[in-house]
Write a protein that binds this ligand. Structure first.
Ligand code: GDG
Length: 483
């Protein structure tokens, strides 16, 4: 690894002009970064691209009658974006289908929700081939190519078939499931086989990395030596590379006039009560149902605390075209209604459940006003909300982060957060009590431990670490004898 890094540094010095081509399902221009509900991926990549020449390619989000491959170029704040429209059938089979009805649930350990349709798999491959046809002519000889996330597993392979010899890396933003769970997917072996056409694959944590290696070694017969896997004549480097937030920007956001206003508004409406906050895309992987049940347990078991707190759950809807997302929405409406009906009083409502997104600055102010950040996904690749909550706190009087053991972020923030099993209503209830009673000194000590990590391992650190290894891997591959 050291050797790779050294060679990466030398390469960077010799070759400062290689461009970076980022490819992801959706492209989000950097101007958008302060408004609306953006996924973690979008927030991270606009920050990374600001520092590079190059290009960001992906789907426009628009549907056209017949796929034409026409590319729409735009330039915003020094970042060039290139997007294409897809057909209705692509949207159904590739995006709503294979990506969000097959891979997303399966990779979040929900084999009960995953659907296995040949049409989905076919549409997924077709769209990846379309992306490859369209983006191939934009890639120049020295460019490095960085492909993002589960929508695009086979894209590297499709580019190789079209003669692309560039260094191509892949980063997975979601968990990698255990070997025996993945084996449920009919195309699993083929899909993992494709991944050997990348030079480097990054995961958030060692746990996801190890699960990937298990599958590659035990099911495909790959050979492993440290972080290098070999399958036939192809060699792949794997790395654990936890994503961070733009910490400096977020700390600033939490002190902006908008944030101060949002902070005041929250405090005033709390009339002396402690605010517990949750912020999540409306997704079954985020454990919202279990979170509400845990909070209900807390209300049941601690009548004396009841009117001292309230829970604000911000949950902007996402993936409305997929049935399981419509269902979770209905479930949560019922559950919050039931809990409020059972416990509310004329001057107090236990849960404020909000289905809309807020601008980032405002969100930062809300985090800062919250005595507890309640982040309890059942499974999460990383979880950036946990890091944002930490970054937004007042260093003199910080709140407490309650964090799921099953979020990638627990590997980095576990020292300072109160960790819980999100499936256990009792553990969530107990953790709320612990957090409410925690003395200021302990809150400060725990916050400092977390903030040190959020500052050191921010989004720039993440990007540089990945691109360094990617650049080095190309060099290494050229000098290795082929096996
Ligand atoms: C995937 C992986 C991984 C949410 N509501 C609002 C809003 N948000 C922003 C948050 C945060 C982002 O969306 C959510 O990021 P997460 O990391 O929590 O979750 P996913 O969207 O599932 O992201 C995840 C991530 O990719 C990066 O690799 O961490 O594990 O699932 O930034 O602040 N932003 C605004 N208003 C909202 O109402 N402005």
């Amino acid at each position: 690894h050291d050797q790779l890094r050294r060679s990466a540094e030398q390469t960077l010095e010799r070759d400062p002009l290689s461009r970076l081509i980022i490819i992801s399902n959706r492209v989000s221009a950097p101007t958008d970064s302060k408004s609306g509900a953006q996924g973690g991926l979008a927030v991270a990549l606009s920050a990374a691209l600001r520092e590079y020449k190059g290009l960001w390619f992906g789907w426009s989000g628009e549907v056209t009658e017949k796929f034409s491959g026409h590319i729409n170029f735009q330039r915003n704040h020094g970042v060039t974006t290139a997007t294409v429209d897809l057909e209705e059938q692509d949207l159904e089979e590739y995006y709503n289908g294979y990506a969000n009805r097959t891979l997303w649930p399966l990779f979040h350990y929900r084999i009960d929700l995953a659907e296995y349709e040949r049409d989905f798999a076919g549409g997924y491959q077709r769209v990846n081939d379309r992306f490859a046809d369209t983006v191939r002519p934009l890639i120049e000889a020295d460019d490095i190519v960085w492909i993002q996330d589960y929508h695009m597993f086979p894209l590297g392979s499709a580019l190789r078939k079209r003669g692309c010899r560039n260094r191509i890396g892949f980063f997975l933003h979601i968990p990698w499931p255990p070997r025996r769970l993945l084996a449920v997917l009919p195309e699993a072996a083929e899909l993992v086989g494709h991944l050997f056409d990348y030079n480097v694959i990054g995961f958030h944590t060692d746990e996801w990395l190890e699960s990937f290696c298990d599958y590659a070694v035990d099911e495909l017969g790959a050979a492993r030596e440290g972080d290098t896997l070999t399958l036939g004549d192809r060699t792949l480097e794997v790395m654990a590379n936890p994503i961070g937030i733009d910490t400096t920007e977020f700390v600033e956001a939490s002190r902006s006039p908008t944030a101060r206003l949002a902070y005041r508004r929250m405090r005033d409406s709390a009339v002396g009560r402690d605010l517990i906050v949750g912020v999540d895309r409306l997704d079954y992987s985020k454990g919202l149902e279990e979170r509400f049940l845990g909070y209900e347990r807390f209300l049941q078991e601690h009548p004396e605390e009841r009117k001292e707190v309230f829970l604000l759950q911000i949950a902007p809807p996402s993936r409305g075209g997929v049935e399981s997302y419509q269902k979770i929405r209905t479930t949560l409406e019922g559950l919050s209604g039931r809990i409020n009906g059972a416990y509310a009083d004329v001057d107090w409502v236990p849960i404020r459940y909000v289905n809309q997104g807020y601008p980032r600055d405002q969100l930062a102010g809300i985090y800062r006003a919250a005595r507890i950040g309640l982040v309890t996904p059942l499974r999460d690749g990383m979880n950036l909300v946990a890091k944002e909550y930490v970054a937004a706190q007042d260093p003199e009087d910080p709140g407490v982060l309650i964090l799921s053991r099953f979020a990638g972020a627990a590997a980095q923030l576990g020292e300072g957060a109160v960790l819980v099993n999100p499936y256990s209503a009792e553990e969530i209830s107990d953790a709320i009590v612990v957090a409410l009673k925690m003395p200021r000194d302990e809150r400060i000590a725990r916050w400092r431990a977390m903030m040190a990590n959020v500052e050191a391992q921010d989004v720039r650190w993440w990007r540089k670490r990945f691109t360094d290894v990617l650049i080095g891997s190309g060099e290494a591959a050229e000098t290795l004898p082929s096996s």
